[in-house]
Every structure is written in structure tokens, then in C-alpha cells.
Design a protein around this ligand. Structure first.
Ligand code: DGL
Length: 260
């Protein structure tokens, strides 16, 4: 099985890590579209175009069988169109883990951190309305403009990042939020800072593992045997922090430059 995975940068590697832990015998190609990052502050039309261009590249150059949109923002803007335009591809998208949050919360107060584009998108609005009406919960939604840039710049443990998160998380801390949905694949990389600011024990939910399981299930339906090694080739359309990649994946990979 040949799998294309993309995100605007480092964030999707949190998904790659989960895929690597579960899926064998596959060839995986990852694009960090850093030339166009951050996606979360672009228009839906721009994000859709980047997503189509990347999918075309994967199909033409790597003959992929499956596409993983390792990005909540791109899923929101593009998954519907991509499914219509590429019916032969297995397509797995990323959505904020609100459902498990609603199942797990004890205080009924849930935080949702995501990019401005994800929170504004119809897909999120619909998901949040449907799920929140099923149980008596309050969602504390917070867009985090600038956080992706801090993470890409390797400035997670930095006073500015701390200040931004302190302001966003303050209402959640004051209102006994016990579960926070990390609705952007970059945000697990800031998990330690988020935990520190929340002070009390808080459950942070992200979707890497669920995506890997979904991909494996769909791949098996198409006859993937899931044996052997998984190979990963990394590409970036702009700069990508090699140290951060090494830290994340646990080895030092080659990062190839690509223009899309
Ligand atoms: N990692 C992406 C997500 O899950 C978006 C990052 C960005 O804004 O570029 O939403």
C-alpha cells in the first residue's frame, strides 16, 4: 500500500508516528507544506487548492492508494471535494475529538483548541452542535492564531508561547475544564506547556491513533496484508525544523525539498 500524508508542517508527523506504530508493509510519503503554512489563517478556497495540488502530486509521482489528510484545517476545507474528485482513493481525514471528549468529561466542561479556519468551518460547527446537544456539556472553543508558527519555529518552550496559551487557557482553568480537544495536529507538540498552565490534571485528546486505526481498517478491506516494514519518505515545500522532526520521529530522517 502506498500512502500519501500531508499537513502544513510538523503537525501531521504526530499522525505519521501513530501510523508507524500500527501499520506495516506500507510505503508512506509525507508532505509538510510549509511554503503555505499556516493553513489555519488562509481562506477555504486557498486550502482546498493546496490540498488538490498535493493529492495530484501524490497520485502522479507516487501512485498512492490512500491519502491521509493529517490536518484538521485541510480536512474541514477539502475532504468533501477530494472524496468526490478521487473516488478510487482511500481518504482518511482528521476531525477534532469532540465525541470522545463528551464521553470522558466529568465536569461537563470541555476545551477545544483549533485553528481559526477549523472553528469557523461548517464541518466543525455541525459536529459541535450535533454532539453537544446529546449531552449537557459546555464547549470552551478557542482559536489559537500564531501557535502553529511558534511550534514550527521551535519556540514551544518560549515565554511568548507561554503567554499566548496562558491567555487562551485561563477561562478553561477558571471553569473546571477537565478535557481539552487538541483540534490541530500541531498542538500535541505543545502538550507539556498546556498541562503546565492548566495546573490540575487535564486530559488532552488528539486523533493520531484513531486515524491510524481507520486507515488500517479501510486498507484491510482492500486486501492490505499489514506485514513487513513501513518506509517513510519526507518532503517539505519550504523549510522544516530538522531537529524537531528528529525529536518527534525518534530518528534523523532525510528531508527532501519539493515544489508543488
Ligand atoms: N496542523 C493543522 C491542523 O491540524 C493546521 C496547521 C496550520 O494552521 O497550518 O489544523
Amino acid at each position: 500500500m502506498r500512502v500519501g500524508v500531508f499537513d502544513s508542517g510538523l503537525g501531521g508527523l504526530t499522525v505519521v508516528k501513530a501510523i508507524q506504530a500500527l501499520i506495516k508493509g506500507a510505503e508512506l510519503f509525507y508532505i509538510a507544506d510549509t511554503a503555505h503554512a499556516p493553513y489555519g489563517e488562509k481562506t477555504p478556497a486557498e486550502i482546498l487548492q493546496y490540498s488538490i495540488d498535493i493529492t495530484d502530486y501524490f497520485i502522479e509521482r507516487h501512485q498512492i492508494d490512500a491519502l491521509v489528510i493529517a490536518c484538521n484545517t485541510a480536512t474541514s476545507a477539502a475532504v468533501k471535494t477530494l472524496r468526490e474528485q478521487y473516488p478510487e482513493l482511500i481518504i482518511v481525514g482528521t476531525e477534532p475529538a469532540i465525541k470522545p471528549a463528551i464521553e470522558q468529561t466529568r465536569t461537563g466542561n470541555i476545551g477545544v483548541l483549533a485553528t481559526p479556519a477549523t472553528l469557523k468551518g461548517d464541518k466543525y460547527q455541525q459536529l459541535a452542535n450535533d454532539l453537544a446537544s446529546q449531552k449537557d456539556v459546555t464547549l470552551f472553543e478557542q482559536a489559537c492564531p500564531g501557535l502553529v508558527e511558534q511550534i514550527e519555529a521551535g519556540e514551544i518552550d518560549h515565554p511568548q508561547t507561554y503567554q499566548m496559551l496562558e491567555a487562551w487557557l485561563h477561562p478553561m482553568r477558571e471553569n473546571s475544564v477537565d478535557t481539552i480537544v487538541l483540534g490541530c495536529t500541531h498542538y500535541p507538540l505543545a502538550a507539556d506547556v498546556i498541562r503546565k498552565i492548566m495546573q490540575k490534571k487535564v486530559t488532552l485528546l488528539h486523533t493520531g491513533e484513531a486515524i491510524a486505526k481507520r486507515l488500517l481498517g479501510l486498507a484491510r478491506e482492500r486486501g492490505h496484508e499489514n506485514r513487513g516494514d513501513i518506509r517513510v519518505t519526507l518532503y517539505a515545500t519550504g523549510s522544516l525544523d530538522h531537529n524537531a522532526v528528529t525529536l518527534l520521529l525518534g530518528y534523523s530522517p532525510q528531508i527532501n525539498t519539493v515544489t508543488i
